[in-house]
Ligand binder design. Sequence first.
Ligand code: ATP
Length: 462
Amino acid sequence: MPATSMEQLVALCKRRGFIFGSSSIYGGLQGFYDYGPMGVELKNQLKNTWWKDMVYARDDIEGIDTNLITNRVVLQHSGHEDTFTDPMIDCRACKARIRADFIENAKCIACGSEDLTEPRPFNLMFRTQVGPVVDDEALAYLRPETAQGIFTNFKNVMDSTVPKLPFGIAQMGKAFRNEITPRNFIFRVREFEQMEVEFFVKPGEDDKWHDYWVQQRHDWWLKQGLSKDNLVLEAQDKDELAHYSKATVDICYRFPHGLEELEGVANRTDYDLGSHTKNQDEFGITAKVLPNTDSTAKLAVQDIDTKKWFVPYVIEPSAGVDRGVLAVLAEAYTEETLENGETRTVLKLKPHLSPIKVAVIPLAKNKPELVALAKEITQILRGSIAGRVVLENSGNIGKNYRRHDEIGTPVCITVDFDTIAAADSKPEFKDTVTVRDRDTLKQDRVAIDELPNYLREKYFIY
Ligand code: ATP
């Protein structure tokens, strides 16, 4: 059964080195988290899987990596400077600043006071300055989404590759939002990562591609181990839509704190390219945009048949990496009662996401022969599989199993006395090891030579 409370996950993440509060030795900073040794592996593997599936496995998507600090003029024309706001209410009693939609019964959620201000818009973008002089000219923003870097490079990518519509540009990376009420662990934070594709299509074909991407992305999350029952598609109501969207479907996950958005799939129409293109009047853009006399690039394509230029529509599947990590952890978290009555905590992660793929454990640390063979097996596996293989040499096998269960290592290999037994005493065990399955706890005896094949075939560990 998946995690039932966020506390279980927070405790496991700290105990096993997945996620720590940022600058926690100084009391922390609200809305910021750091990833530890296991967390960085899990997060990187989720991102790598996404990149592999979105870019390498397709002929119609190219990758890109753009800056975090963003020219102000980009975010003026994208509409973010004016409209990327949340209505916010201040409590006059305790000074808490709270998102208006979090307030129920006209009471402060921090202190219960009813002495509240009217809702006021609050821009969520972090400001910074470029260069030594602090003035309006130097103002820039940390990007609130990775998408704008894709739109402003649309022409560069078109000119340097050979794309034909429909085609997409993918980007993963940090985004920053000065959330008024960060909460629920890494669900709502102020610095997070996104994995976004902007998929450019002909106007008129946008609804079809929107449906396609909702399905694709839903199925992708299933492959990361999330269960069908915990994934719910929710079409946003018209009044909830972001300023650029014609329609958005949220892929929601049943997190420990409730059913909430994991990824949004938006039909951004021609809003963004239309906002950033020069000569807007040429194209009959449907979206309402700031008149743009700043841009020097025509962000349009020519219809092959009619030779007319048009601004493509864009479908955007936009996923949060941190929310993905949280969902995968929540789904994998399992507490089970063993036959001896003990409780075992185990992360039943898909092997491709596990931080460590294989742990090699000599049964005793003071037997040089066992340790030497364990080292040799570790080296063989490091040379044959791409994921991380570790040698555990503490001599406490029970402790090792508990740790690897909790970090989700799919396979533990034990080198025991039978492995090194003389050929005539136990010939059937010579050069074999015990392979313990994390989920079933079943143990197989496998020849050392066969290990790479065994891991590939049974666990898809490459
Ligand atoms: P929400 O309604 O929860 O604030 P949103 O609709 O503003 O999210 P989008 O702008 O669609 O989010 O961003 C795309 C994705 O980025 C979201 O689906 C989510 O996974 C992630 N994301 C957005 N804001 C945050 C945040 N503050 N912390 C962590 N992830 C976030």
